[in-house]
Every structure is written in structure tokens, then in C-alpha cells.
Design a protein around this ligand. Structure first.
Ligand code: ATP
Length: 372
């Protein structure tokens, strides 16, 4: 499933040069974004980056200051929220406490004056969908947090929207329940074949549930890509740093001969780095070398090549994280390199400990040169 790679696909939702100003503050800045039908799409970014504002404009709760939002080619300008084929799922505390589960789910349908029999059928279908049939007569206060969340989900799906909008939907749940619910959400999205748009500041959540992610910063999109692309090939220091753990080492380009020939050679204050990568940087440009901790190898003995992509130092700190351990290695020049070792393979006969002399090194295709 990757309609965005097919030049013939028509976007389902198009944000076209959208700007949103509150007074003279620009919350969303000339943003363009296409989302495809049946996509699970995440807007990811720190607090205040404009992701909720973008979603609220799609729902019709805010109008853009400039630009257009198209849904299946139709301009949504002036269409009130209740006439849009979108529905927003709020966190579970937005349920009506005095109403039973089935009444909560039926509420929106009753507002629309649907025939009673249709409402009853739809409510039953929704209860089944979220596996809450036997809880129909309970009040929200008689449910667990996860069950309440499913009621909220059922309520927002009852009106059969084409696009479900999820604003930090799982924020109220504890970590384990949140992870379970994430998989339920993707399951549900596949079953229903709907387009889901989620807003989150939690990068793990975005990576787990979505087909594609837009990483936002200060009202603009920094990168739109699949979770794997975002993680493996971030396009900037900002995205690299926002997603997962990474070493970012500033340096300057010594030479750039492209991936096939000599690679890109960097001097990072004495640390020599060579990366096999096509990149637009020229000699002398200030760039960053970025490498994930799990791509950094640790060894007691010096690696075969010590002049480039390698450094000697000592173990400065160790974090044991169950599936892997994170080693902070203080190189002899004082910089700290983060190296992760999976705990399935033993590094050496004895475990490394604080103060041990070690080498770090990495292969020429393990890291990235970031030009912005
Ligand atoms: P969070 O995760 O904290 O909700 P966000 O990325 O969703 O953050 P938005 O809610 O979109 O951010 O807000 C973006 C910026 O616009 C913030 O600086 C916010 O203070 C501002 N903003 C949002 N709504 C309004 C409003 N109605 N009036 C004035 N400023 C607003």
C-alpha cells in the first residue's frame, strides 16, 4: 500500500499553500500536503508546531487565513464542520458521563434525526466493532480507561466519516494500554478501509500506527515519508534529532566525490569521516554527520581501519535497557559517542564496564551527511 509513490494517484485530501495566523502569530506557514485514501497519516511534532491547528482546519473548526483545503477535489471553504465527511475523536474524557455506552454512541446519530431502527442497528455494529457488546448499558465511570477509549472511538465512527481525525487519542492511557490500543487502531483502520489522520507528539506512536508521517516544526513540514524512511534517512538535523536516538557530529566537507567513487569526506574537528552518499554539499560546507547508536560498533581491539570512521576512548556510562545496552563512549578528544549493543550477542567474553578502553567504528554506509 503506497499510493504516494504512484504519480497517477489522486490525493484524497490536499492542503494547498495553507497559512493560519492568530493575530500576527503564524501557526501554519504556507504548508502544502497530500494525503491519500485509506492512508493512516500522522502529523508529528513538538508542542506548538501547528499540527492541531492543521487538523482543526480540516475538520472545519478553524478557517485557513490563506490557501485551500480540498477533499476529493472539492474545496472545503465555508463548509461547516457537521457537513464535512470528517469526524474527530476526542480523548475519552469527552464522553457524556450521565449516558450509557450505547447512548453515547447514538448521540450524534440522534442529533442527525436518523430513524430509530437505523440508529439501533448502527450502535450494535459499532459495539461489535470495538468489542464492547456486553458493556452497552454501562456508564463511562464503570469502564476501564481502555474501554472508555473504545467507546470514544465507536462514537466517532458511528457517523461513518470518510476521514477519522485523532488528536492525541491515546494520551490518557498508560504505556502498555497505549501500545495495545495502537495495534487495535491500525487493525480497525484496515478493517474499515478509512483514511485516518492522527496528531501526536509521540514519535513511537506515529511510527507504530502510520503509513506515512509528516514531521512538523514551527508551522512548516520538515519531511513527509514512511516511518522507515524518516528513521533511516532523515533529511535534516531537526528530523534526525526528533526521531529516535542519534549521534549528530558537526563538521566540514573536505571532498565530495559521490557515493560510487570516493564518497563524502568530512573533517569533524579532527575526527575523519567518510560516507558513501550522494549529497549536494561542496568542499568547505558546514554539515553534520549523523549516525544511529545501533550502527556504531564497539570493540576492545582496534578496527582494521583506524584513520577514518573510528575513534578510541573509554566507556563513560552504560544504560541497560533490556533488549539492548546503550554505551556512552568518551573519545580521547572529549566528545561522547552513543553506541547501542543488542543484548542477544555478547560483545566480549566479559561485559564492558566503566573506564574500559574501547574503539568505536562504523561502516561507510552506516551514517548520513545532513546539509541542513
Ligand atoms: P500541542 O501538541 O501542544 O497541541 P500543536 O502542535 O498541536 O501543539 P497548535 O495547537 O496547532 O500546536 O498551536 C500552534 C500555535 O498556535 C501555538 O503556538 C498556539 O499557542 C497557537 N494557537 C493555537 N490556537 C490559537 C488561537 N485560537 N488563538 C491564538 N493562538 C493560537
Amino acid at each position: 500500500f503506497s499510493p504516494w509513490t504512484d504519480p497517477a494517484s489522486v490525493p484524497f485530501i490536499r492542503f494547498e499553500n495553507i497559512t493560519k495566523k492568530f493575530g500576527n502569530f503564524t501557526a501554519v506557514d504556507n504548508l502544502t500536503l497530500d494525503i491519500y485514501e485509506r492512508e493512516f497519516f500522522a502529523l508529528l511534532g513538538p508542542s506548538g508546531c501547528g499540527k492541531t491547528t492543521l487538523m482543526r482546519m480540516l475538520a472545519g473548526f478553524e478557517e485557513p487565513t490563506e490557501g485551500r483545503i480540498l477533499l476529493q477535489g472539492k474545496d472545503l471553504a465555508g463548509v461547516p464542520p457537521y457537513r464535512r465527511p470528517t469526524n474527530m475523536m476526542f480523548q475519552s474524557y469527552a464522553l457524556f458521563p450521565h449516558m450509557t455506552v450505547e447512548k453515547n454512541i447514538a448521540f450524534g446519530l440522534e442529533q442527525d434525526n436518523l430513524p430509530k431502527a437505523d440508529i439501533a442497528a448502527r450502535v450494535e455494529e459499532m459495539l461489535k466493532l470495538v468489542k464492547l457488546e456486553q458493556f452497552a448499558k454501562r456508564k463511562p465511570s464503570q469502564l476501564s480507561g481502555g474501554q472508555r477509549q473504545r467507546v470514544a472511538l465507536a462514537r466517532s465512527l458511528a457517523k461513518q466519516p470518510k476521514v477519522l481525525l485523532l488528536d492525541e487519542p491515546l494520551g490518557a492511557l498508560d504505556k502498555k494500554l497505549r501500545e495495545e490500543t495502537q495495534f487495535e487502531l491500525t487493525d480497525l483502520q484496515h478493517t474499515l478501509g478509512l483514511t485516518f489522520l492522527i496528531v501526536t507528539h509521540d514519535q513511537e506512536e506515529a511510527m507504530t500506527v502510520s503509513d506515512r508521517i509528516a514531521v512538523m516544526d514551527k508551522g512548516v513540514i520538515m519531511q513527509v515519508a514512511t516511518p522507515a524512511e524518516i528513521y533511516e534517512a532523515p533529511n535534516s538535523r531537526y528530523v534526525a534529532d526528533f526521531i529516535g536516538d542519534i549521534n549528530i557530529i558537526e563538521g566540514a566537507v573536505v571532498s565530495n566525490q559521490g557515493a560510487a567513487t570516493g564518497g563524502v569526506m568530512l573533517d569533524c574537528d579532527g575526527l575523519k569521516v567518510v560516507v558513501d552518499q550522494e549529497c549536494p554539499a561542496s568542499t568547505g560546507d558546514r554539515v553534520a554527520f549523523a549516525i544511529r547508536p545501533e550502527k556504531v560498533r564497539l570493540s576492545i581491539d582496534p578496527p582494521t581501519e583506524t584513520a577514518v570512521n573510528a575513534g578510541a576512548g573509554e566507556v563513560y556510562d552504560i544504560g541497560y535497557l533490556g533488549d539492548f545496552s546503550l554505551f556512552l563512549v568518551k573519545l580521547d578528544d572529549g566528545r561522547i559517542i552513543r553506541a547501542a549493543q543488542a543484548n542477544i550477542q555478547r560483545l566480549v567474553d566479559r561485559p564492558l564496564t566503566f573506564g574500559d578502553r574501547v574503539w568505536v567504528n562504523w561502516s561507510r554506509d552506516a551514517g548520513l551527511v545532513l546539509t541542513r
